[in-house]
Design a protein around this ligand. Structure first.
Ligand code: IPE
Ligand code: IPE
Ligand code: MG
Length: 244
């Protein structure tokens, strides 16, 4: 689709949900669903950057997802370990920097943590966009961790309480990113599930019923049309609507 004249959100968030149901409908295993979801992310993200989005945040594994069966968690961790390198090569070609949000600590396997750090180091000078992959991520955890960082700095005398502002707070989050403009959650669930609570404050939200492995370029085009119909007011009133 031609995007001429369309407003492009600067930061898009995607809660990539529905891999399991996508697989079940096709008589496949949940693992196959996750694999298909990952392949879709590779293709879709290339398209999203090509269309001019600068920051893309994707929810790959929440802190709560550790509640799933050992087999499913192990499969996903292996998938990350095996496929992230190849994905980062693809993003390097696009000059996109990859960062990871979430706690790089237990219960994440050490091998996955190592790859996450290597990829961040390897892509840190890329300037054409940012891919923020949320793994072992929770919105509550992110805010609590930021509060701890800030408290220690204050305790050590390195930060003054009056210098903690709405602008400076984001420096202490897992990654210092601009606010999310547009959130897409696939699979028809209408909830946030602990995703980027701080960054979503004024995001427009869209909940298509399609499962993530099937959310293709045409679905993203449709999402952009939806975004362009939204009237973002940020609490204000447009000049033409003012009457007192
Ligand atoms: C999203 O798909 C991927 C992860 C949470 C890792 P699900 O695995 O949640 O798929 P459904 O919701 O069971 O269909
Ligand atoms: C959210 O999906 C997490 C990811 C997509 C990684 P879930 O499938 O875990 O969320 P709930 O349990 O339906 O809220
Ligand atoms: Mg789900």
């Amino acid at each position: 689709m031609n995007y001429e004249g369309l407003k492009i959100p600067f930061h898009v968030g995607i809660i990539m949900d529905g891999n399991g149901r996508w697989a079940k409908e096709r008589g496949m295993t949940r693992s196959q669903g996750h694999e298909a979801g990952f392949e879709n992310l590779k293709k879709l993200s290339e398209y999203i950057y090509a269309k001019g989005v600068k920051v893309l945040s994707v929810y790959a594994f929440s802190t709560e997802n550790f509640k799933r069966s050992k087999q499913e968690v192990d499969f996903l961790m292996n998938l990350f370990e095996k496929k992230f390198k190849e994905y980062s090569e693809l993003m390097k070609k696009r000059n996109v920097k990859i960062v990871f949000s979430g706690k790089k600590a237990d219960p994440l396997p050490k091998s996955v943590i190592r790859i996450m750090k290597e990829i961040e180091e390897d892509t840190k000078t890329n300037t054409n966009g940012i891919l923020n992959i949320c793994i072992n991520y929770g919105g509550h955890l992110e805010i609590v961790e930021a509060t701890k960082k800030i408290s220690s700095l204050v305790q050590e005398g390195k930060l003054k309480i009056e210098d903690i502002t709405e602008e400076s707070f984001s420096h202490y989050l897992f990654q210092d990113l601009p606010p999310i403009d547009f959130l897409i959650r696939t699979s028809g669930e209408v909830r946030i599930s602990n995703f980027m609570l701080y960054q979503l404050s004024y995001a427009e939200m869209y909940f298509p019923s399609i499962y993530f492995p099937a959310f293709d370029e045409n679905c993203f085009d449709e999402a952009m049309l939806v975004y362009n119909k939204r009237d973002r007011r940020f609490g204000g009133v447009k000049d033409e609507d003012k009457n007192h």
